[in-house]
Design a protein around this ligand. Sequence first.
Ligand code: PEP
Length: 251
Amino acid sequence: MRKPYLAGNWKMNLELKSALGLAGALREHVGSRDDVDVAVAPPYVYLSEVIVALEGSPIRVGAQDVCDRTQGAYTGEVSAVMLKDIGCDFSVIGHSERRRLYGEGDELCNTKVHRALEAGLEIILCVGETLDEREEGKTETVVRRQLSEGMAGVPGDQLDKITLAYEPVWAIGTGRTATPEQAGEVHRYLRGMWAGLYNEQSATRLRIQYGGSVKPSNAKELLAIPDIDGALVGGAALTPEQFQPIIDSAS
Ligand code: PEP
């Protein structure tokens, strides 16, 4: 049985005071419950303080991205080793905003995956098609390429460190949500593909989050789909009033 995994991607939002307020509220709400995994991905500059604020809580803290290099003259970048050093649990890799706005391709995502795993971080690897790709019937081709190229060379003993997030680009921040059936279909496809790339056992353990305008009003029906194992939430993860009911929808 896969434990539901709900992660909030704060993107470039909040300020220190509101970030700590949100972390504190979630800490209180989640308490010590262990029927769901809850995570937050604050902006880099607030990571350390959020990590301290959540110390002793089961809520996991991760970065929204990671550099593909280990160290050196890469102005403005943050390495996986640095993230691990300050206590991060994971990094999001391949978010569609990185792919679309900053031109990140599958090869770069794959290098980031390797840097993160080498540093001992877990990963949420995002895949998803654009609206044009969906309308052209290319959804499976696109997510297949993103998954196989993003995971290239990852050894079998690291597979449990990976969570996938299926995030149709047309549903992110747009208010348009994939229907539970649309999302479930792609989740099933990804799990089947994982079984082919690796093995059935690992595919059964793999958690696949759905992301794209998840909110309190639609979380329950999305999370009820057998292959949807949680959610990666953007806008609705920015306030306890919205994120907490999403967390509660999973149990
Ligand atoms: C995201 O940032 O990964 C996301 C899914 O955003 P939103 O929930 O706002 O669509």
